[in-house]
Design a binder for this molecule. Structure first.
Ligand code: PMP
Length: 371
């Protein structure tokens, strides 16, 4: 099988699984306990926080461990709510773990604004500027799109938000963290979401970076772990495995390697003029469509040929169409023809080229059958 759905999840590093095993079976102590072995575990967690803060290039702020990006996004959004007539702003490109929280805020009576994307997939910065005002409490704009790989200029977003309001800026960084080089300090974000299983760590563990503790309130109540922002005994094996995965990754080297893989695939796909490619900054994600061929049919045919791709985010309902591609102004026919190909830095060029040829073969065959 050639696995090209790494934006959905990645294979865990063996060394990360080793750390998981160690902290599940040997150093299994509760990090909140007072005795010595437990204090060692707590030290391990502090090391993991430091590791993530370093990778985020954050000189200040803290890491709150969570059960993954969905929880991190919920905490950043719901935890920022305050009584009064506040407004909330979301880009239309957000993952469901942000977008459906926005919908929930609306249901609860909050004023929520949605900002459309430009044709190139970035948020419409002018539209954002028009909607942010002194009543804005929170703005959410993702860093790299999980559907298209398009990068938003978060520094520019931050400048817009901070010049017009005292609002917080939350960024979902799931498809950017450990994939592209950046510094949260330079970007000017207030909170940033991370998920371990997108960078060869385990599923069900992630983190929320927050610059300022007082900007957030907890959304779960209990023993007061994680500076009272996320009660519940920490998932120590998961966190230590996440740290290990993080340490194994050389972001720049992997970026260059993946860029080479993506270029090799694009070169093959461009041989057929029926293929349309969404240009994107991230080398890890490529969204394409083949004129007249249904994306779901194509991805099923590819599965039979041993190539696994996605028809878009695994978490979004395809029946409802693709909100993100549609909000970029893509025509309906193109949206239903879209497939998402997503790489990891450890695959070979030969594998990617083989997948490219199979994509062409399958698409051309289906096209001739008019499916
Ligand atoms: N945000 C983005 C951009 C994602 O791609 C994903 C995973 N599809 C999530 C959030 C949710 O991540 P998790 O599975 O860790 O909840």
């Amino acid at each position: 099988m050639i696995y090209l759905d790494n934006a959905s999840t990645t294979k865990m590093f063996e060394s990360a699984a080793g750390q998981y095993q160690k902290y599940a079976c040997q150093l299994f102590y509760n990090p909140s306990a007072f005795y010595r072995p437990a204090r060692e575990v707590k030290k391990g967690l502090d090391g993991a926080r430091k590791c993530l803060l370093e990778r985020l290039e954050a000189k200040q702020g803290q890491i709150i461990f969570t059960s993954g990006a969905t929880e991190s996004n919920n905490l950043a959004i719901l935890g920022s709510r305050r009584n009064g007539k506040w407004e909330y702003v979301f880009s239309m490109g957000e993952h469901p773990s942000v977008f459906n929280v926005a919908r929930e805020l609306e249901r609860q009576g909050c004023v929520v604004h949605y900002v459309l994307l430009k044709n190139n997939g970035e948020i419409d910065y002018d539209a954002l500027e028009n909607v942010v005002n002194e009543k804005t409490r929170l703005v959410c704009v993702m860093h790299v799109s999980n559907e298209t790989g398009v990068l938003n200029d978060i520094k520019k977003v931050s400048q817009i938000v901070k010049s017009k309001s005292k609002a917080l800026l939350h960024v979902d960084g799931v498809q950017a963290f450990n994939k592209i080089v950046f510094s949260v300090d330079e970007l000017g974000v207030d909170s940033y979401t991370i998920s371990a299983h997108k960078f060869h760590g385990p599923k069900g563990v992630g983190a929320l970076y927050i610059r300022n503790q007082s900007s957030l309130k907890s959304i779960v109540f209990g023993g007061g772990q994680e500076n009272d922002l996320r009660s519940g005994t920490e998932n120590v094996p998961g966190i230590m495995a996440m740290k290990e995965a993080c340490e194994q990754i050389n972001v720049l080297k992997n970026f260059e390697q993946t860029q080479m893989l993506k270029k090799a695939l694009v070169q093959i796909l461009m041989e057929d003029k029926n293929i349309k490619i969404v240009e994107s900054y991230s080398p890890y994600i490529l969204s394409i469509s083949y004129h007249g061929v249904n994306g779901e049919t194509l991805s099923r045919a590819l599965q039979d040929e041993g190539v696994l791709v996605s028809t878009g985010s695994a978490c979004s309902t395809k029946k409802a169409g693709n909100r993100i591609l549609e909000s970029m102004g893509m025509r309906k026919e193109e949206v239903v023809s879209s497939i998402r190909i997503s790489f990891n830095a450890y695959m070979s060029k030969a594998e990617v080229e083989e997948a490219g040829r199979k994509i062409l073969e399958c698409a051309q065959r289906l096209s001739s059958l008019k499916i």
